[in-house]
Design a protein around this ligand. Structure first.
Ligand code: UTP
Length: 273
C-alpha cells in the first residue's frame, strides 16, 4: 500500500531553545528565513504525501496561522506568499491539538482517526534533511517494496571524525542488505551519552519514520506503563523485538535543529548554499 499520509508533530515545549520558544514555537524559527516546519512540509510534498496532520498545542497556534492564516491583501501577489499558498494547496493540511506536551508518542496517538488504518509517515520538523531523493521518500519506497516492516532512518558516525555526535550503539542492528538494517535494539535517548572512541562506529536514528497502521496498538499498550514524557523508545524496541523494524542508512545531510548548536550549523549551511 502506498504511503500518502504524514504526521508532523509540533506540540513540544522547545525547552532546549528557551527563551525564544517562550513565545515563538520552535518549529517556526527560521533557517535562512524559512521556518523549520516548512522544510518538513516541502520534503513530504516532494515525496508524494497528499494529507498531512500537524500536531500543535493551543499556545502554538502561530504555526497554524503561518500555514493557513489570511494575509493582508497588499501582500497577496508577493512571490513568497504565492509560493507558500501553492505549497499548502499541494496537500491537505489538518491540525490536531495536544493538551499537554506529554511526548512524541502521545502526539502521534492523536493521529489515529486521521490515519484511518493506513500506513503513514512521521517527519520531525526539528530534523532538517538534505538529499536529492527526499529522505522520507527513501523510507516510503522501501515500504512499498516490503510492507511488513516499519522503517526508520539511520546515520552512521565514526569516532574521531565527528566526535561527540552520538552515544555508542544508539542503535543495535544486523546488516540485511546494502544500507538496510534489521534493528534489534534502540537505546533510550535520555540515557548517559558516551563519546565514540577514534575509529569506533555508532549508528543513530533520526526523526523520519514510516509506520504500519498497527503502531497505534503498540502506543496504547505502553501508554499505561509509561511515566513522564512518552517517547518512541518503547514502541521501536517492541517492533524490534518482534523483528518488524528496519532501518535505512541515509547518505544525505542531517541537521538536528532542536538545539542551538545544530540550529546554528543548519543556518550557516543554508545561508552559504
Ligand atoms: P523534541 O523532543 O525534539 O522537541 O521533539 P521538544 O520536546 O519541543 O524539545 P525540548 O526537548 O523540550 O527542547 C521532536 C518533535 O516532536 C514534537 C516537537 O514539537 C518536535 O517537533 N513533540 C514533542 C510533540 O509534538 N509533542 C510532545 O509532547 C513532544
Amino acid at each position: 500500500m502506498k504511503v500518502k499520509k504524514a504526521i508532523i508533530p509540533a506540540g513540544g515545549l522547545g525547552t532546549r531553545m528557551l527563551p525564544i520558544t517562550k513565545s515563538v514555537p520552535k518549529e517556526l524559527l527560521p533557517i535562512n528565513m524559512k521556518p523549520m516546519i516548512q522544510y518538513a512540509l516541502e520534503e513530504g510534498v516532494k515525496a508524494g504525501i497528499k494529507e498531512i496532520l500537524i500536531i500543535i498545542r493551543k499556545d502554538k497556534d502561530l504555526i497554524r496561522n503561518y500555514l493557513t492564516g489570511k494575509v493582508d491583501e497588499k501582500l497577496l501577489n508577493r512571490k513568497e506568499i504565492k509560493y507558500l499558498e501553492k505549497l499548502t494547496r499541494e496537500c491537505k493540511i489538518d491540525f490536531a491539538y495536544q493538551k499537554y506536551a506529554k511526548g512524541l508518542m502521545d502526539a502521534i496517538s492523536l493521529g489515529e482517526d486521521f490515519v484511518n488504518n493506513e500506513p503513514f509517515a512521521v517527519l520531525l520538523p526539528d530534523n532538517i534533511m538534505v538529499s536529492r531523493i527526499p529522505c522520507i521518500k527513501q523510507l516510503i519506497d522501501l515500504f512499498s517494496e516490503r510492507d511488513k516492516y516499519s522503517y526508520i532512518i539511520l546515520k552512521k558516525f565514526v569516532g574521531g571524525i565527528e566526535p561527540g555526535e552520538v552515544d555508542i550503539g544508539g542503535v543495535e542492528y544486523e546488516l540485511i542488505s546494502k544500507n538496510i538494517y534489521k534493528i534489534t535494539h534502540i537505546k533510550n535517548k535520555k540515557k548517559r551519552k558516551v563519546k565514540l572512541k577514534n575509529g569506533e562506529i555508532g549508528i543513530k536514528n533520526f526523526g523520519r519514520y514510516v509506520f504500519k497502521e498497527d503502531v497505534f496498538d503498540y502506543i496504547k499498550k505502553f501508554r499505561t506503563e509509561y511515566r513522564g514524557e512518552y517517547d518512541d523508545t518503547p514502541i521501536l524496541n517492541e517492533l524490534a523485538s518482534e523483528g518488524r523494524l528496519r532501518g535505512k542508512l541515509y547518505n544525505g545531510l542531517i541537521f538536528d535543529t532542536g538545539n542551538t548548536a545544530g540550529y546554528n550549523k543548519a543556518s550557516l549551511y543554508f545561508m552559504n548554499k
